[in-house]
Design a protein around this ligand. Structure first.
Ligand SMILES: Cc1cc2nc3c(=O)[nH]c(=O)nc-3n(C[C@H](O)[C@H](O)[C@H](O)COP(=O)(O)OP(=O)(O)OC[C@H]3O[C@@H](n4cnc5c(N)ncnc54)[C@H](O)[C@@H]3O)c2cc1C
Length: 405
């Protein structure tokens, strides 16, 4: 990071709407450059929804730069492998070996971590940083770009001003609605459920040291351990009939049982452990080329929400945060050129994540002869093939030259 100059705290802050992983990273990265940031979070307190999250090694290029890698590694685990299993036979279809050969190739580990733990690491780092102001209970209702500054108003009518506004407010971003007015994210017809249970409660016959994905026609389950093997994280997804009404727990239980009726007994055992109280419609957006207008710019899910099949949505939000801060720091006050450079660094990479995530989603959930083809293709892959397929992603990304248009 660049050395901080003594009087930079006199600079107007950059406002960030949304204290998720992307917003916290952006605040830290800006502050490490000596740029003050004011982070506005709508929830009554900064915090995360408490499930597990997986990260590819690409995220460590950012964690190193913002100085949190050691803290993350202390809380995280590295799975023995990431395995895809056949939902009917229970046999392994393909794997990403995440042991020594992976470390040798990609320099950093593949990790699984409790989202709350990661959130707290970033939040604590923000709290220690004098250039960051954290405002919770600040649900932003809208903004005005005055040309030389931006003002945001919260639902309780407080006004905050800054040199620019970063919309890091997630897949249902209000900042995006006002900036681009391009409609809602597109649901893909699937519904997801997530649960964490103590490892001692897991009776299903599963490996507890890996990330496992069981894929079947129209449904899948992912599971992995958390907090050094003391917790077990399960996510289950299924395709709902387009004619289905909004349901309750009993309806969802019946629909899930129908979707998984031919699944392997282990999947059914995992299903019985699910808490159906929390659910989420799955969706993404078609990629777009421009995420800024004037002094307002988007990052993370607000800019490019993706399906979770590559486990890269948060990685991309975190990469965005650092990249945007680097572009702002290098632009010497020319925010428009900083935002253009940020877009040119990030649009193709994040769009590729979106498109490849859709492709992998289709592979997991395929049926009939298409499924047979995918199973054969995946089964033929060597470790070297797998690493080659992932290199564009896991090798991280670099900044492009200064944008000129
Ligand atoms: C089931 C599932 C599994 C996933 N697994 C992975 C994984 O393993 N690895 C991975 O990298 N990604 C994963 N993702 C994707 C990841 O969760 C998201 O991509 C990531 O959280 C996006 O971060 P963000 O900071 O852009 O937005 P968010 O995390 O959504 O944060 C947005 C923040 O903005 C706040 N906010 C919203 N509106 C306002 C407002 N008007 N004013 C103020 N604050 C506001 C919210 O309260 C929230 O704190 C998964 C997603 C799902 C659904």
């Amino acid at each position: 990071m660049t050395t901080r100059e003594p009087d930079l705290s006199a600079k107007p802050p950059i406002l960030i709407v949304g204290g998720g992983l992307g917003g916290l990273t952006a605040a830290l990265a800006l502050a490490r450059h000596g740029q003050p940031a004011r982070l506005l979070e709508g929830a009554p307190a900064f915090g995360a929804i408490g499930f597990g999250i997986q990260f590819g090694p690409n995220v460590f290029y950012v964690f190193d730069r913002i100085g949190v890698s050691d803290a993350v590694l202390e809380k995280a685990d590295s799975p023995a492998a990431v395995l895809m299993m056949d939902a009917f036979t229970g046999k392994e279809v393909t794997r990403v070996p995440t042991g020594p050969s992976f470390r040798a190739r990609f320099k950093y580990p593949y990790i699984i971590i409790h989202r709350i733990d990661l959130h707290n690491i970033l939040l604590d780092a923000c709290r220690r940083e004098p250039l960051i102001t954290l405002e919770s209970d600040a649900m932003v209702a809208g903004f005005v770009d005055h040309g030389d500054r931006v003002a945001v108003t919260t639902e309780d009518r407080r006004v905050f001003e800054g040199a620019a506004l970063i919309g890091a407010d997630g897949i249902r971003s209000r900042t995006r609605v006002q900036l681009l007015a391009d409609g809602d994210p597109t649901p893909n017809g699937y519904m997801g459920f997530r649960t964490i249970v103590p490892m001692s409660d897991v009776t299903a016959d599963v490996r507890r040291d890996i990330v496992a994905l069981w894929g079947g026609p129209g449904f899948h389950i992912v599971h992995y351990p958390l907090r050094h093997g003391t917790l077990f994280n399960i996510a289950a997804v299924f395709r709902r009939s387009p004619s289905s009404e909004r349901g309750d727990v009993t309806t969802y239980r019946a629909e899930l049982e129908r979707a998984y009726r031919n699944a392997h007994p282990t999947m059914k055992a995992l299903l019985s452990m699910l808490d159906l109280g929390r659910r989420q419609a799955v969706g993404d957006r078609d990629p777009i080329r421009h995420w800024h207008k004037g002094r307002v710019v988007l990052l993370g899910d607000a800019a490019h929400p993706t399906l979770q099949s590559l486990a890269q949505g948060a990685c991309m939000a975190i990469e965005d945060g650092l990249c945007l801060a680097d572009c702002i720091a290098a632009a010497d006050g020319d925010l428009m050129s900083a935002f253009r450079r940020y877009e040119s660094a990030r649009v193709v990479r994040t769009a590729r994540v979106t498109f490849e995530s859709r492709y992998i989603w289709d592979i997991y959930h395929s049926e009939g002869i298409r499924r047979d083809v995918y199973l054969q293709m995946l089964g033929e892959r060597s470790e070297a093939d797998t690493f080659q397929c992932l290199a564009w992603l896991y090798d991280g990304c670099t900044l492009p030259p200064q944008a000129t248009h």
